[in-house]
Design a protein around this ligand. Structure first.
Ligand SMILES: [Zn+2]
Length: 404
């Protein structure tokens, strides 16, 4: 079996953190299989596993048959060592979730949105909702290890600052990590929502093979990129911002980008809703548009098809450039059949044969909670990063344990 790709900082191969990475990825589940996969001596593996057990991160239990016919104790990520939180903030919805250290979601909850009140009030609202959820789940608040928040906006990766969000201009330069630090000192990461969709779609078996574009079709349009299983954010965090490309068609909403008739102002859920509302239809949100599209109304279907053609045209250019295996469609508007059919048709028609041959355009696997799943994965990578586990192990060694 291949080793999962390295991530998050420098660490020594074969360190405590590296061994934990192999256990987390399910690559090796016993001391003997860890020795086999890592190439480390069994005595070294024992030291590493003992450190992980003392840190409370790994539990030993159950048996598995080893190759020699002897029974080996199964190693797994401890479910009681802590948990993380993920939030997916959209223009019209917010989802909260808690996940254990294996990434299994413990609970997902939708709450009313409060983004109009600005980032300061929203952070307050979101933190209160999170602590109430933790209390209702009967979890120890001290064991919350980290939080990741997805937003439909470009995010400056180094600082987590929001940059020129088209959905809510008052959020420009919002420093959510700073705002959350009023309540907590746990790590708080802010991430673009399409990047979280991409993480949620990463394959479990062989992530290093993922070449994937995740297209978030919501009130706005965003795109996350997985290259060899890793998020590609670009230098400033703006990679995947496809939505401000100029397209045929006329904008129905204003956009901060300044490009005339950009894709978002012509073909996003928000733009389609505005176009249909101007024609007398009773629609406000992207969800209203999807619902209306199901009626089969010829005018509505035509508007959805035109938007899909615009989106497919822009996607064709980047698909030809990037040559991905998967184009994953998520977000509220990905439930609209006429829109998705038009995107697929345009994409396949305009892709090079070599690119189209292995291309799969598909729906997100579990679109209903993809954002919070991606958020929980992102923060788990941060708080369980090998370099961080190595630091915890060094701190543990610095304090002599009783009886050692
Ligand atoms: Zn724009």
């Amino acid at each position: 079996m291949t080793r999962p790709p390295m991530q998050n900082g420098d660490f020594a191969p074969g360190s405590v953190g590296d061994v934990f990475r192999l256990i987390r990825a399910g690559v090796a589940t016993s001391r003997s299989s860890l020795a086999r996969v890592s190439g480390l001596a069994p005595s070294t593996i024992s030291l590493r596993v003992d450190a992980l057990v003392r840190l409370g991160l790994v539990s030993e239990g159950g048996d598995e048959h080893s190759r020699g016919g002897r029974r080996a104790r199964l190693l797994g990520v401890s479910r009681s060592a802590g948990y993380v939180a993920g939030m997916d903030v959209g223009a019209n919805h917010v989802q909260l979730a808690l996940a254990d250290l294996t990434g299994t979601l413990l609970v997902v909850e939708g709450i009313p949105v409060a983004i109009e009140e600005g980032p300061d009030a929203a952070a307050d609202h979101l933190w209160n909702a999170l602590t109430a959820l933790i209390a209702r789940q009967d979890l120890d608040p001290e064991l919350l290890l980290g939080l990741a928040v997805g937003l439909p906006a470009p995010i400056e990766h180094q600082t987590g600052r929001v940059v020129l969000p088209s959905f809510m201009p008052s959020w420009h330069n919002a420093d959510l990590p700073g705002l959350f630090s009023r309540y907590t000192d746990i790590p708080v990461l802010i991430e673009n929502d399409a990047n979280l969709l991409a993480l949620a779609e990463r394959s479990e078996a062989s992530p290093e093979l993922d070449q994937l574009l995740a297209v978030k079709l919501g009130t706005r349009i965003g795109c996350g990129i997985l290259s060899a299983g890793r998020l590609h954010r670009g230098v400033g965090g703006a990679a995947g911002e496809i939505s401000h490309t100029s397209v045929d068609g006329e904008s129905t909403i204003s956009c901060v980008c300044g490009t005339p008739n950009c894709l978002e102002s012509v073909a996003s859920g928000g733009a389609i809703a505005a176009r249909l509302a101007a024609q007398g239809y009773d629609v406000r949100t992207a969800a209203d548009v999807v619902e209306l599209g199901r009626s089969g109304d010829a005018v509505v279907v035509e508007v959805l098809r035109n938007a899909g053609t615009s989106i497919g045209g822009v996607l064709a250019t980047i698909v030809n450039f990037f040559n991905p295996r998967d184009v994953v469609l998520g977000g509220t508007m990905s439930a609209s059949s006429p829109l998705v059919a038009a995107i697929r048709a345009e994409l396949y028609q305009r892709c090079l044969p070599l690119v189209a041959e292995d291309l799969e355009v598909r729906a997100a696997r579990r679109p209903s909670d993809a954002g919070v799943r991606g958020a929980c994965q992102l923060i788990l990578e941060e708080v369980l990063a090998p370099s961080r586990i190595d630091r915890l192990a060094r701190e543990l060694d610095a304090v002599p344990a009783a009886g050692r």
